[in-house]
Design a protein around this ligand. Structure first.
Ligand SMILES: Cc1ncc(COP(=O)(O)O)c(C=O)c1O
Length: 437
């Protein structure tokens, strides 16, 4: 291992050569400074918008570098990849553009939109296996049978060098660069970028981000070799890799300064921030780097920092769930369970009160028999849109609304202790009309 660390598989020269190979065929993505995100994170943030690549992610860079290095007889036989996502589309697009046959093996459960997109870029798609590992085995078998060339999504020095072209662009686009934050799956992206940056400007910090559900690179660093972590699901499917690469690990060991993790809610909230504040659509893996900065997980302190927004291929149904959860987190969508007298006009009075405080009711569920409601009383669950927690506070200060201690405890967790304390101060006024829990 230590010998490999001293002799990493790629060098700056490989990345520079890769850049010449991909020049003109890969979009030189913009890297604008974000004033809003700089204020929110306490760093000087520059977003590298790789979600704007033709296939929606940076993966084209490594795939194209690999394809461009095929010998003519290899190109004539075609290429094979196993992937449920961005790598599939990158290989499909650049191979078929050059008239090279592309065969992609995807796990059986791959969402139809991804299968359709990959076919749309001209690849033949074979659906096989319950997961990536099984699809990968089938891809290797097909390679042997058909004499085609396998393109690995990350554990290949040529692929890594292709991803590293982003590092060269960052050095040009942000001359004052002091740090780069990069999501890690198998480590090809960060390996390439870190090599390009550290061999050009060693003082620039390179920070990796993993999902806390699959911290395979952290585990590999701790063990000194790739180890397989427990399977887990995550909204950041692009970085859901259970085992770091044998080729990528030594490069990461040598050049990456720090690796941090982010959890699912932190990633979801970063997706929402990018969408609302920047009008930028990122997938889970594409928002992980920003999540680390928003949550102040890194050791950076006001640095000029490039943040990789490395992919934007997100399922719209997942996106809509993320938006809804984000609104709940912010208190902009709130559900209250209110006990009231079961008599004509009681609900009208309550909705009038809600209207007075300009909250918008989006859903109600009325029930008399559940939640231990007293005979003669009823319970209503009201879901409302609000402008945020201030408006919720105003509404709850309205005469007659009483909140239970359990509700306050939950709000303390969600909105913070000061908010809960302000509500708690009103608790002794029990005995009014409505009771909430
Ligand atoms: C959007 C996105 N971000 C990050 C990564 C991680 O790249 P790597 O596996 O090279 O670490 C991937 C990999 O597919 C990805 O699709």
């Amino acid at each position: 291992m230590s010998d490999l660390i001293n002799r990493p598989s790629i060098s700056l020269a490989d990345v520079v050569a890769a850049r010449e190979r991909v020049r003109g065929a890969i979009y030189y993505s913009p890297c604008p400074r974000s004033q809003m995100l700089s204020a929110l994170t306490g760093q000087q943030v520059y977003l590298k918008l790789e979600n704007l690549q033709m296939t929606g992610s940076f993966k084209e860079r490594g795939a194209l570098n690999r394809i461009a290095m095929l010998a003519p007889e290899q190109a004539a036989r075609g290429v094979v990849a196993a992937s449920a996502g961005n790598h599939a589309q990158g290989v499909a697009y650049h191979a078929t553009k050059q008239g090279i046959r592309a065969l992609i093996v995807m796990p059986l459960a791959t969402p139809l939109v991804k299968v359709t997109a990959t076919r749309g870029f001209g690849a033949e798609v074979v659906l096989f296996g319950a997961n990536y590992d099984e699809a990968c085995e089938e891809a290797t078998r097909l390679c042997a049978v058909e004499g085609m060339t396998f393109i690995h999504p990350f554990d290949d020095a040529v692929v890594m060098a292709g991803q590293g072209t982003i590092g060269l662009e960052l050095l040009e686009q942000v001359p004052q660069l002091e740090a780069v934050v990069v999501p890690i799956g198998g480590g090809g992206l960060i390996g390439g970028i870190a090599c390009a940056i550290k061999e050009s400007r060693p003082e620039i910090r390179v920070i990796g981000v993993q999902t806390s559900r699959l911290p395979s690179m952290l585990a590999a660093r701790a063990a000194g070799r790739p180890v397989t972590v427990e399977p887990a699901t995550t909204i950041a499917d692009g970085i859901a890799v259970r085992r770091a690469g044998d080729v990528t690990l030594p490069v990461v060991e040598r050049y990456v300064d720090e690796i941090v993790t982010v959890d699912e809610d932190e990633i979801a909230s970063a997706i929402l921030v990018l969408l609302e504040r920047e009008k930028t659509l990122a997938e889970g893996a594409g928002a992980a780097a920003l999540a680390a900065l928003l949550q102040r997980k890194t050791s950076l302190n006001g640095a000029h920092t490039a943040v990789m927004v490395c992919g934007g291929n997100i399922d719209v149904t997942l996106l809509s769930r993320i938006i809804e959860r984000g609104l709940v987190q912010d208190g902009r969508l709130i559900r209250l369970r209110i006990h009231l007298l079961d008599k004509p006009g009681a609900l009208a009075e309550l909705t009038l009160l809600i209207a007075k405080y300009r909250a918008n009711i989006v859903d109600t569920l009325y029930n008399r028999a559940y939640y231990g409601v007293n005979l003669g009383d009823t319970t209503i669950d009201i879901t409302m849109e609000t402008r945020g927690r201030e408006q919720v506070e105003e509404l709850l200060a309205a005469r007659g609304i009483i909140v239970s201690h359990e509700t306050v405890r939950q709000w303390a967790l969600k909105f913070g202790q000061p908010f809960a304390n302000r509500i708690r101060r009103r608790l002794p006024r029990v005995g009014d009309k409505w009771h909430l829990d």
